[in-house]
Write a new protein. Structure first.
Length: 202
């Protein structure tokens, strides 16, 4: 299947100016996008964030997770750096979809953690596929990245796809609402959560 690139459009944000580039033709049937800052073509060590869609966190500001905080932090860091890319993948709820994510939330309200809730609904821990991110980076002619992530799976996926990647920890804001969520990510999903005691909890 051939990847098609939708011509980029200027996207001014509160962090700075980005170019929003669309992509279609993925095996998963989704349309994914990249927010590009500055010149990244054929550059080494491009500051990069692979971010999976989270309507509740990214749009509504939910504190159940750290997704919105991570997206904002990545955009801020990339804009301040002057060059980089945020790849936004349409993989809501670690790949189970929005409505199933809401079903998982209901189970979490009854005492399950995120992994237990997924299992109760018949899903694996994490259904996301980061192959589209590899394809997007290759389409953007980015051979190597500094990846803003706490998830080693993302680094492994890029390296397996032929993209050189070095992990750069992404500090999360810990609060009473997401502390258990972050602990589950660390203990059950292998995320390397950096020390965030110097970030103001709220």
């Amino acid at each position: 299947m051939t990847l098609s690139i939708i011509p980029g459009a200027r996207l001014p944000t509160k962090h700075g100016a980005f170019t929003l580039v669309g992509f279609e033709g993925f095996a998963d049937g989704q349309d994914h996008v990249a927010l590009v800052c500055g010149d990244i073509t054929e550059k080494q060590g491009v500051l990069t964030r692979i971010h999976s869609e989270c309507l509740t966190g990214d749009v509504f500001g939910s504190r159940r997770c750290d997704c919105g905080d991570q997206l904002e932090t990545a955009l801020e860091k990339i804009a301040a750096h002057g060059a980089g890319v945020v790849i936004y993948l349409r993989q809501e709820g670690r790949g189970i979809g929005l409505n199933n994510k809401l079903r998982a939330y209901a189970l979490q309200d009854q005492g399950m953690d995120t992994v237990e809730a997924n299992h109760a609904l018949g899903f694996a821990d994490d259904l996301r596929d980061f192959t589209p991110a590899v394809q997007i980076l290759k389409a953007l002619q980015v051979p190597s990245v500094q990846l803003l992530t706490n998830n080693p799976r993302k680094v492994d996926a890029l390296v397996a796809g032929g993209i050189e990647a070095v992990r750069v920890p992404l500090l999360s804001c810990v609060s009473v609402d997401n502390a258990a969520y972050l602990q589950t990510k660390a203990l059950k999903l292998g995320h390397l959560i950096p020390d965030s005691k110097n970030r103001a909890a709220s």
